[in-house]
Structure formats: structure tokens, C-alpha cells
Design a protein around this ligand. Structure first.
Ligand code: ZN
Ligand code: ZN
Length: 408
């Protein structure tokens, strides 16, 4: 176990963040994960980082704050909090975020409070988010088990047994084994994703048509000069990093006003400490005009209304149904894992996946067809019978997905 933990910490620091000599490192993590965070910090110092700054978070305290804090705090963001994000990102710090929350940590919290907080922090942290979306600093999201989360994923197991089962599932998803070299495996994996994204970018599809038996029938327009991303990415300073560990997706940005039809979610979504399930959207000229959810509709509607761009799509991502995380059959109740087991979209902010996008202003990105919002929420749509057909500007149709998997 110790060997695997050390290998995992090194993988995140070296392959995930690619920490450089003299670079500040920020780690945001649940306090329950302190032993693992210490391993990550040591791995960063081994690479000669400037210092490691940790911001601890805690599900219990977050929940208490939302339930019992004074009313005005949900519209305010303290200056130290804005400075923390905006200043460290401006300094080019490497950011590691450990996401391991109890999927229902905020069950019972007033959705209005969540919405107001999300609007306030969206505005205050805009410079940070902009730098993150355009890769001006390296960042990585990863997870380690926490008890409440593990027992949700494995409802038949309790305590340590649930924790061990989730550790096994995570180690296998991130390619960490007792005797293998995860960094080498990740290099090979990223190479494969690179071939896929290069191929898709080369087609320059005008639109993709998604159809499956769940009821998804959606045409997704793509902007001119778009490209596909995935696997490792490159910072503006030219350094390779992996924004998600694990990752199985290649993704791009939909054309803001060119998405039409119905899309049905194929997995539940954990949205800010609440579970949304059995939901679908109807889109017209890019905008989500109808929302239906069997569970959690109020939280979904609340997030879709944080600003105008929240009800438009900002990401289209392709993941084969027959791929490592999907094949475990485990529902993780954690977007990092569930999105990498399934084709997905995000509503909200688009990554600047158009030629020269990283250097464009908000207005230029909008003119290029990309959506702008303070939110970005992935939701899963992939199934075993999903078909995706690409249509080129010349009207040629190309099968991209057949029966849930890449056709090429
Ligand atoms: Zn994605
Ligand atoms: Zn996303």
C-alpha cells in the first residue's frame, strides 16, 4: 500500500502538475486526506518547488456554514480568498485539487444559498478561472477516498472495507500498481489520446449528431478552427501537464448557438453536494429551454440560472463505452471518475478550444462562437448504444461513434 501511495503522489506532482524548480505549489484538499497530502508535498519539495501552500477544506464545516452562517456571507467573498486564488495563479503556481467529498454533503441546504455563493465566488475568482481555462498555470484534479464517499460508492461495505475497495478502484483507474511505472504508463496513454484528438481536429466537423435509445437526439455544432484537447495539455509557458488524473476523454467546445435537440443524462450527477438523477434537457439554438429531473431539479435549475451562459453548452467530450473506468461498472458519484467513464457535455464556460483561443479576450472568444459563464458543470450522456455521426462543412458524413465506441 505504501509503495502505491508514494507512486500515486509522485504521479500527481510530476505528471499531473510537472512541478518546476522554484515554483510555488498550492494544494486544496479535505482535511481527512492529510496523510496523502503530506506525501504530495514531499514529492513537490523533492522536485525543488519554492514552497507548498495547503488550503484545507472539510465537508462538515462547509455544511455547517451553509446551514448556520449569517445571511450576508453568501453574497460576499472575503478579500483574502480572492487574493489567494488570483495572486497564486498570477504567480504561475501549480495547483492540485483533491476532490473527495461526500456526494450528499450539502443535502438539505437551501439551493438559493448555494446559487448566491456560486455567483459571488464566480465573480471574485474570475481572473483565476480565466487563467485556469487558458492553462496559464498547471493544474490537476485528483481524488483519494474519504469514508462517507467510499460508503456511498460501495453501499454493501462499511468502514475500512469500503475505503480499501475505493482505493483499489482509484489505483486501477490511475494506472498505479505495486510494480509498474505509472509515469511511463501515463506517457503511453497520453500518446494514444493525442492520436485521437489530432484525428478529430483534422476532420474539422461542422457538427456532431448524438443518438441513443435513452432518448438523446442532439446535433452539436462546432466552431470554425476548433481543435480537440485531451490527455496532457501544455501551459502557456510550454510545459506539459495533466489536468485530470484519471482522464480518458478528448474534448472540444460546442458552437454556442448551434446545439439543437434533446439530451438525456446516462448517470447521476453530483452537483455541489447534492445528487441530480434521471434528468434531460431540450436545447434550441444552443440554449437549454426545458429541464426535467426526477431528483434534484431545483438544484439543477438553480445552477443553470447563475448567469446567462450557464444555460448554454461549454464542452463536448468523447469517451469510449469500452474503456478502463467504464468497464469497472462502478458508479463513483464523483464527476472526475464518472465523466471519464462516459461521453459527456458541460453546461457553462467553454475551454478556448479554437485556434489562438488562449490569447483571445472574452469578447473575441464569444465572437469565435464560444460560451462564457461563471460555471462549468459536466454531465454524462454515454451509453453502450450511443452513435455519433460527424458532418463536415462539405456535407460528408463520417461515423465517429458506433455502439458506444470510436468508429476509428
Ligand atoms: Zn470533460
Ligand atoms: Zn468539463
Amino acid at each position: 500500500m505504501d509503495t502505491k501511495l508514494n507512486k500515486y503522489a509522485k504521479l500527481l506532482i510530476k505528471k499531473g502538475l510537472n512541478v518546476q524548480k522554484g515554483q510555488p505549489v498550492v494544494i486544496v484538499a479535505p482535511v481527512d486526506c492529510a496523510p496523502f497530502v503530506r506525501l504530495c508535498a514531499s514529492a513537490a519539495y523533492d522536485l525543488g518547488c519554492r514552497e507548498v501552500v495547503v488550503r484545507w477544506v472539510d465537508d462538515f464545516l462547509t455544511r455547517e456554514r451553509y446551514l448556520r452562517g449569517d445571511e450576508p456571507i453568501f453574497d460576499e467573498v472575503p478579500e483574502w480568498f480572492s487574493h489567494f486564488h488570483n495572486d497564486y495563479s498570477e504567480a504561475g503556481a501549480a495547483w492540485l485539487r483533491i476532490e473527495s467529498s461526500d456526494p450528499e454533503a450539502l443535502k438539505g441546504v437551501d439551493p438559493e444559498r448555494l446559487k448566491r455563493s456560486s455567483i459571488a465566488s464566480g465573480k471574485a475568482l474570475k481572473p483565476y478561472r480565466l487563467r485556469q481555462m487558458s492553462n496559464s498555470f498547471p493544474w490537476c484534479i485528483a481524488s483519494v477516498p474519504t469514508l462517507a464517499w467510499a460508503e456511498k460508492v460501495f453501499p454493501d461495505l462499511k468502514g475500512e472495507a469500503a475505503m480499501n475497495a475505493l482505493w483499489d478502484a482509484i489505483f486501477s483507474a490511475v494506472r498505479v500498481t505495486e510494480d509498474g511505472d505509472p509515469i511511463k504508463l501515463w506517457d503511453e496513454h497520453c500518446k494514444k489520446l493525442k492520436e485521437r484528438k489530432t484525428r478529430l481536429s483534422h476532420y474539422q466537423f461542422k457538427e456532431l449528431h448524438f443518438i441513443n435509445s435513452l432518448g438523446t437526439d442532439l446535433v452539436v455544432g462546432l466552431p470554425e478552427n476548433h481543435f480537440w484537447e485531451g490527455g496532457s495539455e501544455i501551459t502557456q509557458a510550454g510545459l506539459e501537464f495533466c489536468a485530470n488524473i484519471p482522464t480518458e476523454e478528448v474534448f472540444s467546445a460546442p458552437k454556442r448557438d448551434a446545439v439543437n435537440g434533446v439530451v438525456v443524462a446516462s448517470k447521476p450527477l453530483v452537483l455541489g453536494g447534492n445528487i441530480i438523477d434521471g434528468f434531460k434537457f431540450e436545447l434550441k439554438d444552443g440554449k437549454i429551454v426545458k429541464v426535467f429531473a426526477e431528483k434534484g431539479q431545483e438544484f439543477l435549475e438553480s445552477e443553470l440560472s447563475v448567469d446567462e451562459g450557464a444555460s448554454y453548452l461549454g464542452e463536448v467530450a468523447l469517451v469510449p463505452y469500452d474503456s478502463p473506468i467504464s468497464n469497472t461498472g462502478i458508479l463513483f458519484y464523483n464527476t472526475l471518475f464518472d465523466e471519464n467513464a462516459s461521453c459527456h457535455f458541460a453546461f457553462g464556460e467553454a475551454y478556448p478550444c479554437v485556434k489562438n483561443g488562449a490569447n483571445m479576450s472574452k469578447e473575441e472568444l464569444k465572437a469565435a462562437g464560444l460560451n462564457d459563464s461563471i460555471t462549468h458543470i459536466d454531465f454524462m450522456v454515454g451509453t453502450a448504444d450511443l452513435s455519433i455521426t460527424g458532418k463536415t462543412h462539405e456535407g460528408k458524413e463520417v461515423p465517429v461513434f458506433v455502439n458506444g465506441n470510436f468508429a476509428f
